[in-house]
Design a protein around this ligand. Sequence first.
Ligand code: PLP
Length: 386
Amino acid sequence: MNGVARRMQRIAPFYVMDLLAQARRLEAGGRSIIHMEIGEPDFDTPAPVIAAGQAALASGKTHYTPATGLPALCEVIAGFYREVCQTELDPQRVIVTPGASGALQLVMSVLINPGESVLMADPGYPCNRHFVELVEGRPVALPVGPETGYQLTAEWVEEAWREETKAVLVASPSNPTGTLIADDEMQRLYATVQRLGGVLIVDEIYQGLVYDVVGGTALRYGDDLFVINSFSKFFGMTGWRLGWLVAPESFIDPLDRLAQNIFLSAPTLSQFAALSAFSPAVMEILEQRRQAFRQRRDFLLPVLRELGFSIPVTPQGAFYLYAGCNGISDDSQVLAQQLLQEAGVAVTPGLDFGFNRPQSHLRFAYTTDLERLEEGVERIRRFLSG
Ligand SMILES: Cc1ncc(COP(=O)(O)O)c(C=O)c1O
């Protein structure tokens, strides 16, 4: 008997996890592997945040918090928007969640009725379509390319809008392309979605990791949208499972009710630790890391281009380069396997990010130090010329 619910047929695995497992097996057998497949910072959580977590544990902060998060943390997050993004925000509109993943799950659940659709960019973060599927909604993946910086535009959204469309989900910077939505385009997107009677959801999980421009927030453009963020990437806290959501006021009560039911609260220990995440000492550490990521991007981007990968738009954020590999192989999955097995370099094939020419793309994550990246590039160079 197969008792697994039918909806699970539409939930695809993360292929990169298979690749990572293969890489780990090779390493266990003595091979050296350069990891450029992993979508999390190589840096550990900043020491002051760890110390705050330890102090919280030692003082017995081991109980549930309110479902929407510690009020003090919501205040600190609102303070971050005030100081860093010059955006006033009522802390009551902040909901602390188990990662951006928890926030995405909450938003889709309170927003999407069965049969309603959510527009999103392809390539994009693969879990997004699954969050929509879980609530019996319809994810609609719109192919995007270099002409629009691999992002949706107001025009594209308007053209794709149908009666059953309820929301648009964008990420700026994006995973896997690292590209941003410019401020004026974000403003147009917000206005267009409002006019069409829908809801804009902006995933800003890489908001602190931008390199050539000042990081902003879509909250500047109005109150009727959802903004998602997380302590995972910029703050180096993936394993603490902590993120947040800023929601329109009318959604706070349903979000609170649902969070009470499915999470009770985000991890208490992590919330107490995160209270120190915006302190000047931590911000200084995070700024140094941002500079290190920028240095890695500035190294990797030109050398990959030189090796024959096509990266037509300079990614201004996150820690990813989404590279066309048409000139090198007609199957990115085969190429990723060859790079792993023959060159000892792990990268992610496009398949993980959607259906828009995945066989022609690889994602390189610069989540490893410059020296290892240089070694990785040398290995790829040798492989391609061998
Ligand atoms: C665009 C994007 N959104 C959301 C997430 C989920 O992050 P977390 O749940 O760790 O906050 C990720 C993780 O890779 C991501 O890349």
